[in-house]
Design a protein around this ligand. Structure first.
Ligand SMILES: Nc1ncnc2c1ncn2[C@@H]1O[C@H](COP(=O)(O)OP(=O)(O)O)[C@@H](O)[C@H]1O
Ligand SMILES: Cc1ncc(COP(=O)(O)OP(=O)(O)O)c(N)n1
Length: 267
């Protein structure tokens, strides 16, 4: 049996809905062996982020070395990276180990408003990580910050943002439409040549905690298994749509998505 492996480099969400925990659950559900490098611990639940404890960059490097020098990986996904020293460390290790299939989820702010990336670190994301990425997956506010565009709402504006991020070095760009409005939610994939719109009905629910993490981890899982980028993104969209439309209803705030749903619930 071939064993495909994926590594997430991200923060811990003690509530289990986002971050490392969402990524590992997604890898497991999609048949990929999951490994993790922690960049920060968050004291977090469905009501928000109550504390952040960043991991020293030297220890982030030590974790990456431990995993990559022994197990190796078929894909890497990064999420919460918090500051520029962690970003530079991660970029150095991705280059040192010649990582292929790198999914960059440029996590900036949790849904409750807590910063998961310091402002000083935005330039480092663009300079060090974007050029290494196979796929970058910003939501609309993150795409505004990364491109400098004042407003990204329409499909034309999403296309313009995708072009800028592709020029910035990403091989493929997915602009996620979850923060938009309207009865449908469209994610836009751009490979420097063709635009593909991937659309689903917008599901009316407060339980969308960890959607971006789960979606990016699912892309990484597909790439780890040798899928093309469009196929991996389409599978990820089906995975997150199932997870959102079969909510678990746990916690008193914005609850987690259902990582079992893709395999266990009727589509
Ligand atoms: N209410 C919703 N109904 C259906 N799909 C959604 C909904 N909200 C987000 N999604 C999907 O979840 C994924 C993550 O999107 P988004 O919420 O924009 O990211 P983030 O969690 O990074 O803010 C995307 O594929 C998006 O289309
Ligand atoms: C530890 C950690 N990492 C990332 C996030 C953000 O996750 P995301 O999928 O963007 O979901 P929301 O926070 O927007 O619900 C996080 N909260 N914690």
């Amino acid at each position: 049996m071939a064993v495909y492996k994926a590594l997430t480099v991200a923060g811990s969400d003690s509530g289990g809905g986002a971050g490392i925990q969402a990524d590992i659950k997604t890898f497991q559900e999609l048949g990929v062996f999951g490994m993790s490098v922690l960049t920060a611990l968050t004291a977090q639940n469905t009501n928000g982020v109550h504390g952040v404890f960043a991991v020293p960059p030297e220890f982030v490097a030590q974790q990456m070395e431990a995993v990559l020098s022994d197990l190796g990986t078929d894909a890497v996904k990064t999420g919460m990276l918090f500051d520029s020293s962690i970003i530079r460390t991660v970029a150095d290790k991705l280059k040192e180990y010649k990582v292929k299939n790198y999914v960059l989820d440029p996590v900036m702010i949790a849904k409750g408003g807590a910063p998961l990336l310091l402002e000083e670190a935005v330039a480092a994301v663009k300079e060090y990580l974007l050029p290494l990425s196979t796929v970058v997956t910003p939501n609309l506010p993150e795409a505004e910050v990364l491109t400098g565009m004042k407003r990204i709402e329409t499909i034309e504006e999403m296309k313009e943002a995708a072009r800028i991020l592709h020029e910035g070095g990403a091989l493929n760009v997915v602009i996620k439409g979850g923060h938009g409005t309207g009865p449908q939610v469209t994610d836009l994939l751009y490979d420097g040549d063709t635009f593909i719109e991937i659309t689903a009905d917008r599901f009316d629910t407060p339980h969308t905690h960890g959607t971006g993490c789960t979606f990016a981890a699912a892309i990484a899982a597909g790439l780890a298994q040798g899928m093309s980028v469009p196929d991996a993104v389409k599978q990820a969209k089906a995975f997150i749509t199932a997870a959102i439309t079969h909510p678990l209803g746990i916690g008193s705030g914005h609850g987690p998505t259902n990582h079992w749903a893709y395999n266990r619930c009727e589509k």
